[in-house]
Each structure stands twice: as structure tokens, then as C-alpha cells.
Design a protein around this ligand. Sequence first.
Ligand SMILES: *Cc1c(COP(=O)(O)O)cnc(C)c1O
Length: 230
Amino acid sequence: MTFTENPRELLQKLNEEIINIQSASYRSNSDPVRLTAVSKTHGPEIIEPLIRAGHTIFGENRVQEAHAKWPELRARYPEIELHLIGPLQRNKVSLALKVFDVIETIDRLSLATTVAKHINKEKLKTKCFIQVNTGEEPQKSGVAPKDADAFISQCILDLGLPVVGLMCIPPSNEEASLHFALLRQIADRNNLKELSMGMSADYSIAINFGATYVRIGSGIFGPRSDYHIT
Ligand SMILES: *Cc1c(COP(=O)(O)O)cnc(C)c1O
């Protein structure tokens, strides 16, 4: 069954599967794992059926694209919670904070400082995750694992940034579980509750390692479309 045939049924199956994986895991007594539906590259006409089927949490990786797609949908569906899961440039912070409820990709001090200033000045309810480059890949964003503790406390204590958790994207050619375990260790020793980890290919592993949010794109919408902003 595909998303376009029956979004409601696909969503229900996926949610049931997530519940079953969590029930069998060490976190069976914790809050339910939440599903972030990654709607990047898909237009509003694809996204809306999922909202109408009851889904509320969505992820986008580009600020401009999200700004083109979401304000109108959000006006009609105020319960939406939109997460930025892609890199954020400092000159787009102001726009990003208008469009997104959660910024998952805080990865450097200059960005953290700008985001904290906006959030505090405008008294926004935005929540932040810090992205950790668990694989230390040069082409990927995120703080290095060895710098994570210092960066986290700097964000929280010095800047007053509302950090709730950590996010990672493991290297595609490595065992994801090692990266999920590392991210959880860093979160545990810094008393951070939320872990955004796991995508279509590895969300069941991520849940077993303590994910509180999984980010699923192609597993819901199928292959990415060629949606472009104009
Ligand atoms: C695209 C994307 C996802 C979703 O990937 P799928 O493999 O399609 O599930 C998750 N996280 C991030 C950061 C992404 O950019």
C-alpha cells in the first residue's frame, strides 16, 4: 500500500509499528516515540492528506522551501509542530523562527548565539536540539562528540538557549547503532531528554537505542518529488 492510495492507513500502520518496537525495547515505560514526517520536496497537496489523517509533527530541511509551503497550511491547522532538520544559516534565523517550532540543527556557537538572542528577545516558545556529528564527517554539520559537553553547557548556561535534546545523522556506510548509542550517552550525561535519531532505513534500531523522535520521509511519502519553490 502506498501513501497516495491511503495516507490514513499507512500512517496508522507506521504508528502501530513504532509502538510495537518501543514496547519491546528498554524504554517501554517512557513517553511514546514521536514520528516526524519529513515532507521536504513534497508540495502542500501531498502533505495535507496526512494532516487530515491526524498527523501533526513535520520536518523540513530548507528554510526557504518551508516558508513557501507552510504558513498557509499552518493557518488552517494550528496544531502543527514544524521541525527544521537541515542546516541553518545565521541570516535565515529570523525567518526560520517564524516558520519553525523546533530547530534541530544548532551546531556552532555563532548560530546558537543568534538563535538565543531572537528567542529571548521575542519571548518565543521555540525548542532547540543540538546536532552532533557522531561520525565526524567533514561534509556533515554538527559538533564533534568530544566538544559536545562543553557546547551543550555553553548553549544552556551562557546563552539561555532552550535546548531539549540532541540530533544526529549517522554515516551511511557505518553501523547506525554505534552512533545512536553514542548520541544517547552524550544526552544522558547532560540530562537531555529528547533524541532525534533514525530515518526510514534505521528507525527501528534508533528506537531500540532510545530515540524519542524518528524522522521518516521516503518511508511515508515514497521517493522525493521534484517540488521546487518559485
Ligand atoms: C531527508 C531527511 C530525513 C528523512 O530521510 P528518509 O530516508 O527519507 O526517511 C531525515 N532526517 C534528515 C536530517 C533528512 O534530511
